[in-house]
Ligand binder design. Structure first.
Ligand code: SF4
Length: 453
């Protein structure tokens, strides 16, 4: 079945005129190819752990029409786990790879490619070099061979995220610890101030442990994962102020390329076609969000193609990834640190942000860079970090409690425990929608079994 799914992908069926539902920005469904195996429904229920589709049974009675129903009921978070387990491509990511090849062929625009951390350890698997093989240099060479003018790395923006999110966390903590006065209310916000206070009470109730007012409430939640953002918006809107204000690394990269890099080239944003290669189907939806549009200039990221779609592009152009000589990313947006690389795993964003917040607070790096307690594939992980006695006045001996959840179901359990008052009082929580984080994303190769994670 796995081989079958590689050969019979969604594009082939839709081009043949089969029944096709592409009402989602992330997912397309072809009912004629459905085997009624029910894997999609099981994956959806497993990831969200809430019987999203309202069906008790499993197996042949479960049909992707139920996924459509979930979308229409606004329960879909675009994570694409249904597409990742469909053995025949009846459910697949909304295809954009042919449009990208057309753009490359037309040579009308400056073609820029950016790649998420989790793709470099998966594209080799998609093309037969074995699971987990790191093919960063060959991947860059393949992107050049496709015709991209510039090949940059989303890891650059992951480092920006680390600096922004670590600084934001430290600001919220300093206010919570009474080291900084709460930010002054906006001049025009006497009414919004009141509504903010009203919201705060609600947040505390919903988060169970929300325990401070100021530049942003605690616990702070990461904001890198569009599947998690959609979950908050649809199921826990009272938690919105708890989300970090940072864009995801991919969208930060989009803004940097369309502003900074366009100016460096002496071009306008619309002269550049930016293609993001991601493990994620939700990023297709994220790129189209109203907040990500440049006024009068369209999207920051023009196309999002998944790891699987990237593999199709290379097969279509007969580019042999494994036998290419390694090539480096372009400067200056191809530079990054080791902290950016771990963004692809559950706990990676948290670990990277903790390193930065610690160094900003104490003035020296974390003595041991790996925060072992938040590594690994467990659904919920916790850790406590205590600042040293020689930290600046007011910070010495302070402790920071963090939690990491991967899979929306685990995040729901964490929130329930917090709401009931059973769990500890957290300061910072990372949530990634997919099992194991982005390495288990809905756009990754199908030769794995995500339900095992
Ligand atoms: Fe996308 Fe990663 Fe979130 Fe999955 S965990 S929805 S791959 S950002």
């Amino acid at each position: 079945l796995r081989q079958y799914s590689h050969e019979w992908d969604s594009e082939l069926a839709s081009e043949a005129g089969a029944l096709h539902d592409s009402s989602s920005a992330a997912i397309a469904i072809d009912f004629e190819k459905c085997l009624r195996c029910g894997r999609c429904v099981t994956a959806c229920d497993t990831v969200q752990d809430m019987n999203v589709l309202g069906m008790a049974g499993r197996g042949r009675e479960r049909h992707p029409a139920l996924i459509t129903e979930a979308m229409s009921l606004s329960k879909c978070i675009s994570c694409g786990q249904c597409a990742a387990v469909c053995p025949v491509g009846a459910i697949a990511e909304r295809s954009e790879w042919r449009e990208v090849l057309n753009q490359l062929d037309s040579k009308r625009k400056v073609m820029v490619c950016v790649t998420a951390p989790a793709v470099r350890v998966a594209i080799g698997e998609e093309l037969g070099t074995g699971p987990g093989s790191v093919t960063t240099g060959q991947m860059v060479a393949a992107q050049r061979a496709l015709g991209f003018d510039y090949v940059f790395d989303v890891n650059f923006a992951a480092d920006l995220t680390i600096m922004e999110e670590g600084t934001e966390l430290l600001g919220r903590l300093r206010t919570a610890w009474g080291l900084e006065p709460p930010a002054a209310a906006d001049d025009d916000s006497s009414s919004s101030s009141a509504s903010s206070a009203g919201r705060q009470g609600h947040q505390d109730e919903a988060a169970g442990r929300g325990h401070h007012q100021g530049p942003g409430p605690l616990p702070m939640f990461t904001s890198c994962c569009p599947g998690w953002i959609t979950t908050v918006e649809k199921s826990y809107p009272e938690l919105i102020p708890h989300l970090s204000t940072c864009k995801s690394p991919a969208q930060m990269m989009g803004a940097v390329v369309k502003c900074y890099f366009a100016a460096k080239l002496g071009r306008q944003a619309e002269d550049i076609c930016l293609v993001s290669i991601a493990p994620c189907t939700a990023k297709k939806y994220e790129a189209e969000r109203a907040e990500m549009l440049r006024e009068g200039e369209g999207q920051d990221i023009d196309y999002v193609v998944t790891t699987r779609e990237f593999g199709r592009m290379l097969r279509e152009r007969r580019i042999p990834l494994a036998s290419l000589l390694e090539a480096p990313f372009d400067h200056p947006l191809g530079e990054s640190t080791g902290a950016a690389v771990i963004f692809g795993n559950t706990g990676g964003v948290m670990e990277a942000a903790l390193r930065t917040a610690y160094e900003l607070a104490v003035g020296q790096p974390l003595p041991k860079l790996e925060v072992a307690a938040i590594r690994g594939l467990a659904g919920i992980k916790e850790a406590e970090l205590t600042l040293p006695d020689d930290a600046p006045p007011g910070l010495a001996g302070r402790s920071l409690r963090v939690a990491v959840a991967s899979g929306i179901g685990h995040a729901r359990h964490l929130l329930q425990a917090m709401h009931s008052g059973q769990g500890p009082r957290y300061d910072f929580i990372e949530v990634m929608a997919c099992p194991g984080g982005c390495i288990g994303g809905g756009g990754q190769p199908k030769s794995r079994d995500p339900l095992v994670l």
